[in-house]
Design a protein around this ligand. Structure first.
Ligand SMILES: [Zn+2]
Length: 293
């Protein structure tokens, strides 16, 4: 499964959303689909779970005349067939159907809490993310008339994507790993944040190794392998929800290890308050590894 599919699956499984936020998420999903007007209203996607979510949202609003088709190659299309139904959906979000272009109706995302859910819906409709192992890249394929509105929404969470036109489509995209993490965290994709962070740590570490050519290789391999095992154990503790229940001295050390993947145990020990010897650090890291198993 691609990282993008996995992320969308996680987003679709988020529960306990406030009714106002649920409506904003639905709004983002429907507004940023392929077409949203009196004349036509449909979503194209290869992700059948996203298609199902769109179908159930729109079915609730349009009541009847919604069709769901899936081609042999797996492409899904969900479409609202009658104009009366399309008008019902439009009016649910405050549109008459006579608007000249598709724009965000800000009244639907008035509360601060709703903004994140709205972005989640937009990402489900038109977002894509590369596998972080290969590259750091997130993009939204947006209708031209909504481009500036989405820029404004993303600006609210301090993101300033770049724009590009490709095959008659407009894309907003960013490639900075910190920006991608900000997006993932904002839309509530906690597991994806952890996975992305893990990949990033390993990649940074690999890059560092390539730079430090004058190191003795065998020794370095040992250090790096040990650091990998430690980092993996700490990320696992986070995933298991045990991280925050660790005793303070273990938690501090775990965080230092995550933040400084290429430091030696001696250097990490010196950063602790009070400082700890190399073997003391080693002992505590071993404890963390045992706890994660
Ligand atoms: Zn809300």
């Amino acid at each position: 499964m691609s990282f993008s599919t996995q992320l969308k699956q996680e987003l679709l499984s988020i529960e306990n959303i406030k009714p106002c936020c649920m409506l904003s998420e639905t709004y983002g999903l429907i507004l940023f689909s392929k077409s949203f007007s009196k004349r036509s209203m449909f979503l194209n996607t290869e992700n059948s779970q996203v298609a199902e979510r769109y179908y159930s949202c729109i079915n609730r609003l349009a009541v009847d005349g919604v069709s769901f088709t899936k081609s042999d190659s797996g492409k899904c299309k969900v479409s609202v067939n009658s104009e009366a139904s399309r008008l019902r959906v439009l009016s649910a979000f405050g549109f008459s159907g006579n608007e000249r272009s598709r724009r965000i109706n800000w009244a639907n995302i008035e509360n601060d809490c709703c903004l994140y859910s709205f972005i989640r819906g937009v990402f489900l409709a038109c977002g894509n993310i590369s596998d972080p192992e290969k590259s750091y890249h997130v993009e939204f394929c947006v209708p031209y008339s909504l481009k500036n509105d989405l820029l404004r929404v993303l600006g609210e969470i301090e993101l300033k994507p770049k724009e590009i036109k490709r095959n008659n489509n407009y894309y907003l995209y960013f490639k900075d790993s910190e920006d991608i993490l900000t997006l993932l965290a904002s839309i509530g994709a906690n597991n994806s944040v952890l996975e992305f962070t893990g990949v990033k740590i390993f990649k940074d570490m690999r890059n560092n190794i390539n730079r430090k050519t004058n190191f003795e290789n065998a020794n370095l391999d040992r250090t790096v392998n040990a650091a990998l095992v430690q980092t993996e154990a700490i990320l696992k503790l986070k995933k298991q929800g045990k991280f925050n229940t660790l005793p303070t001295e273990l938690r501090q050390l775990a965080q230092l290890r995550l933040d400084n993947p290429d430091l030696s145990l001696k250097e990490i020990g010196e950063m602790l308050e009070p400082p700890l010897s190399r073997s003391g650090v080693n002992h505590r890291l071993q404890k963390l590894i045992n706890l994660s198993q």
